[in-house]
Design a protein around this ligand. Structure first.
Ligand code: GLA
Length: 356
């Protein structure tokens, strides 16, 4: 039944309660969201015969989420992806951030937005059901300047779209780059690889990386490379090609530069289609980039939902974002948020079924 259900999920070491909210839209899609990390724990979507399956990776318990290193289903901040050497300068000041991947700062640091308990307010309105999540990141958090006030709204619409809206304000200039880190397996969290999923990306360029997965600053044409997803291709079709970029990251783990007419409109960024079930997800965003990550780091080393282990490439992430390391790349679109301004960003995941 359409609505929002609320239940306890676990307790943090300091006694703080973590809750789970189950959103059920009139279109049939059902999503469970945790106040911890704003995690989307499960998302059930129909296949072409109407059979429902959970299409996102996740865990069963709070303890598992607290130990997570893969950002399964979580909100990521203050800065999605990497900042080189965990360092940047802004307005003549040098800042040092937490370094949590070699010398790099990754996904907001040691205790990023994926590791905190958010405030949550459920709502139901004519367009759908949802949650408003809130978090205040204090001045100096993981090395970042300014108090950052963040609000993320998840709306599950009656036409099976999950809409994620980000709003942030600050009291001092600071870089911000927020994303949602769900991993999809449209066959239904099968614990098998996602290489047969077909993907299309509205991007004629991507940002190549060095061996530490930091962008070089170049925008490179995808044409004639395994990064050309301007027409649909199975993920596995070219993933083993002899290509330096694929070798650096062990598969796809790159920011694609979205083709857009202006800076702010909502554009179709990605389409995913799983041929055996007919399930698909179409991703729309106001962001300039999308990180397509083919789950190359999974190695079956941890226990996830239902006791399953996730082998290499058993989930794919599509992280809408500004480009990695923008604070150190003057030619990339700016990620600096200043007092008196608002960061507003929107991403929509439309769960669809298509004939094969
Ligand atoms: C992003 C990064 C990957 C990896 C995952 C989390 O997609 O680009 O390199 O860090 O997050 O495991």
């Amino acid at each position: 039944m359409r609505g929002v259900q609320r239940e306890p999920f676990g307790t943090m070491p300091d006694g703080e309660l973590v809750e789970r909210f189950t959103l059920t839209g009139a279109g049939g899609v059902r999503a469970a969201v945790l106040s911890y990390g704003g995690v989307i724990q499960s998302l059930f979507a129909p296949d072409r015969h109407g059979a429902m399956a959970d299409v996102v990776l996740g865990y069963d318990t709070l303890e598992q989420y607290r130990g997570d290193r893969s950002y399964l289903g979580a909100l990521v901040g203050r800065y999605a992806n990497r900042i080189r050497d965990g360092r940047f300068s802004l307005d003549g000041h040098d800042y040092t951030l937490a370094r949590n991947e070699g010398t790099s700062h990754l996904h907001g640091g040691i205790r990023g937005f994926d590791k905190v308990v958010w405030s949550v307010e459920p709502f139901e309105h004519e367009r759908g059901v949802g949650l408003v999540l809130g978090h205040v990141s204090p001045d100096g958090d993981e090395g970042y300047p300014g108090t950052l006030i963040v609000r993320v709204t998840y709306t599950l619409t009656d036409s099976n779209a999950l809409v994620v809206e980000y709003l942030a304000t600050t009291d001092a200039p600071t870089p911000v780059n927020l994303t949602q880190h769900s991993y999809f397996d449209l066959r239904g969290e099968s614990g098998r690889d996602i290489l047969a999923h077909e993907i299309e990306l509205a991007a004629s360029q991507f940002t190549p990386v060095d061996e530490t997965l930091l962008p070089t600053g170049e925008l490179r044409d995808v044409r004639g490379t395994p990064f050309d997803f301007t027409t649909p291709h199975p993920i596995g079709a070219r993933i083993a090609d002899a290509d330096e970029q694929l070798r650096f990251s062990g598969g796809y783990d790159h920011n694609f530069v979205l083709d857009r007419m202006d800076d702010t409109s909502l554009v179709l960024a990605a389409r995913v289609h799983e041929p055996t079930t007919g399930r698909g997800v179409d991703v729309f965003t106001t962001e300039p980039g999308i990180q397509f990550y083919s789950g190359n780091f999974f190695d079956g080393s941890f226990v996830a939902k239902g006791g399953r282990r996730y082998p290499r490439r058993s989930g794919l992430a599509l992280e809408t974002q500004h480009f990695p390391d923008s604070p150190n790349q003057p030619s990339f679109p700016s990620t600096v948020l200043r007092p008196g301004h608002e960061l507003r960003s929107r991403t929509e995941y439309h769960f669809v079924v298509r004939p094969s």
